[in-house]
Design a protein around this ligand. Structure first.
Ligand code: ATP
Ligand code: MG
Ligand code: MG
Ligand code: MG
Length: 562
């Protein structure tokens, strides 16, 4: 590719609004441009890098017999209502209406779509297991899109889903997928760790996250300095045997338009029995009204809840009150199921057992200012404590350390969380209908690009690993107007291309300084400079990462590049 014909708009200045290194450099080196908050265009270099990352992912997915599909991004609301996630997913789900006023969502994830696809086709155990994957744009209206591609509102994900007749079959696939993920991140050269995770809004039990260790990571990992034990700190903390494990707090989300929903309907959406919801409360928190359903036999009474939420007002909600609110308050909030039992989780920074955080493993679903003394009696529960740096590792080997991580992948055993409510059924060996046992496996493709950009750079620009770099060789003639240089450059371009090197030829009429600066910024692993010695057939080869350079004859170039 001739540089004059492609589109690599490099910048000399550090963009003011980019606050992490990866984002600054991806902008400066002309890989991406921001369109609006959390939404980006990939320019030719960014797109090439994505394709290389995707190629590695595809190879490893195909190796575990997952098959590629492409599912719709625009998804009808009815599917999300079948699982209750039309409400529970909250404002992160991008919603829209078609010309007939029918509700749709832009795919934040695809469990509903894939389950609806498979349930219509796979009805016998003989056709299981089945694993399907896709690489596609996802939409999540993140509250705080930031750090460039790391947390976008439109981003690229590889998501795989597997369907099984038995738990053993799922276990087997889960292990294979974990290994495939390990292979992917190893091949990409990332400094990562697989950690025990919590299942968040997707639901399910066994789950691991793949974390790239990085100071800008938004997650904290607790890991043992002597064994393989590593957990997302939220999970490490959740591991404490919290006594109110039978209490379930169901809070709420905003729905765009008032919808008429009775407690019964809400209970249906949340997939809980109405009679299990022993209380339905309306509470006013920061002048936002929330509907809270509480179920199970527990001690969390209204006063504690009010304190915990710092609520102004709290009252029992009758069906009439809910109807009234739903009709009169456009901003009224529909229900969100906090996915598992109430958990005690605390950021270690505020875990002084004065100010705790209580809630679910989703950033904006925590109850802040929960006071463990006030809101629950800590002394009755000896095993209630927050994991700290320096603690012995739960597996008995070594000491706990903390590190920051970027979540680049996540594998889940979903079980029947989706197949049950969606009636995704197959006939087992005994002719009985059973719900599929499912797994799901996600990788943030565009987030990987940013995580790699964070890891592979120096003061001059990117230092991509060989297999991922957008080009293999950067050919830089110092003076395109010099006939000998131009001819040698063109000859070498042809030669290298014929040997299947992907070559970028800087044919621009720029000063040498500009060309070198851009070349370092872009970060092609090898630069071949064609200068004054072109007349003798001599070029300079410089390796981007090591900084090593040497002169060689044109005939020796292929050997030097090996
Ligand atoms: P996070 O905790 O960072 O919000 P998540 O747990 O919500 O991520 P998953 O639902 O597990 O994300 O999605 C699978 C993968 O998609 C994640 O592991 C991550 O790599 C990627 N991902 C999720 N949200 C984003 C985003 N907003 N921008 C870019 N990548 C994302
Ligand atoms: Mg998220
Ligand atoms: Mg997460
Ligand atoms: Mg996740």
């Amino acid at each position: 590719m001739k540089q004059s014909q492609t589109f690599i708009p490099t910048l000399r200045e550090v963009p003011a609004d980019a606050d992490v290194k990866s984002h600054q450099l991806l902008l400066r080196a002309g890989y991406i441009r921001q369109n609006t908050s959390g939404i980006y265009s990939y320019l030719p270099l960014g797109k090439k890098l994505l394709q290389k990352i995707e190629a590695v992912i595809r190879e490893e997915m195909n190796a575990v017999s997952a098959v590629e599909v492409f599912l719709p991004a625009m998804q009808q609301a009815e599917l999300w209502q079948e699982t209750g996630r039309w409400f529970s997913y909250g404002p992160e789900l991008m919603r829209l209406k078609d010309r007939h006023s029918r509700d749709f969502a832009l795919g934040a994830t695809h469990e509903e779509v894939i389950t609806s696809l498979v349930r219509d086709e796979i009805k016998s155990y003989k056709k299981l297991p089945l694993a399907l994957y896709q690489i596609q744009t996802k939409f999540r209206d993140e509250k705080r899109p930031r750090f460039g591609l790391l947390r976008g509102r439109e981003f690229i994900m590889k998501d795989a889903y597997s369907f099984h007749a038995t738990k053993e079959s799922l276990d087997e696939m889960y292990e294979q997928m974990k290994q495939a993920y390990t292979n992917i991140f190893t091949r990409l050269g990332l400094n990562f760790r697989a950690v025990i995770a919590d299942s968040g809004a997707i639901g399910g039990k066994d789950t691991h996250e793949f974390m790239v260790l990085s100071d800008i990571g938004e997650d904290t990992i607790a890991y043992s300095d002597q064994s393989d034990y590593a957990a997302n700190i939220e999970m490490a903390e959740v591991n404490v045997n919290y006594p109110r494990s039978d209490a379930q707090l169901l809070t709420v989300e905003k729905v765009e338009t008032p919808q008429q929903k009775s407690i019964e309907q809400i209970a249906n959406y949340l997939n809980v029995k109405q009679e299990d919801c022993i209380k339905t409360l309306v509470i006013n928190v920061d002048d936002e009204l929330m509907l809270v359903l509480i179920r199970g036999d527990h001690e969390l009474n209204e006063i504690k809840l009010k304190n915990a939420l710092n609520a102004k007002q709290i009252e029992m909600a009758s069906d009439e009150l809910i109807q009234e609110l739903l009709q009169s308050e456009p901003g009224f909030i529909g229900p969100v199921k906090i996915p598992s039992t109430i958990k005690v989780i605390a950021d270690h920074a505020i875990s002084s057992v004065v100010n705790g955080v209580c809630g679910a493993n989703e950033s904006d679903m925590h109850l802040v200012n929960v006071n463990p003394e006030r809101d629950f009696a800590i002394d009755q529960y000896e095993d209630l404590r927050f994991i700290q740096e320096g603690d012995p590792s739960p597996d008995g080997n070594g000491t706990i350390r903390f590190a920051k991580g970027i979540e680049v992948g996540h594998v889940f055993k979903l079980g029947t969380t989706y197949s049950e409510p969606m009636k995704g059924l197959f006939l087992d060996e005994n002719g009985r209908n059973q719900p599929y046992i499912m797994g799901c496996y996600g990788i943030g493709v565009s987030r990987i690009l940013a995580a790699m950009a964070e890891q592979f750079q120096d003061d001059q620009g990117f230092t991509w690993p060989k297999d991922i770099a957008p080009y293999d060789v950067h050919l830089v003639p110092i003076q395109m107007k010099d006939e000998e240089q131009a001819t040698l450059a063109t000859d070498l371009y042809k030669l290298l291309t014929s040997y299947r090197y992907d070559v970028l030829l800087d044919d621009r009429n720029e000063r040498a300084g500009v060309k070198f600066t851009d070349s370092d910024l872009i970060g092609v692993p090898v630069r071949v400079t064609i200068g004054k010695k072109a007349s003798e057939g001599i070029v300079e080869v410089k390796f981007r990462t090591s900084g090593e350079s040497k002169e060689c004859k044109r005939e020796e170039l292929l050997d030097v590049l090996q």
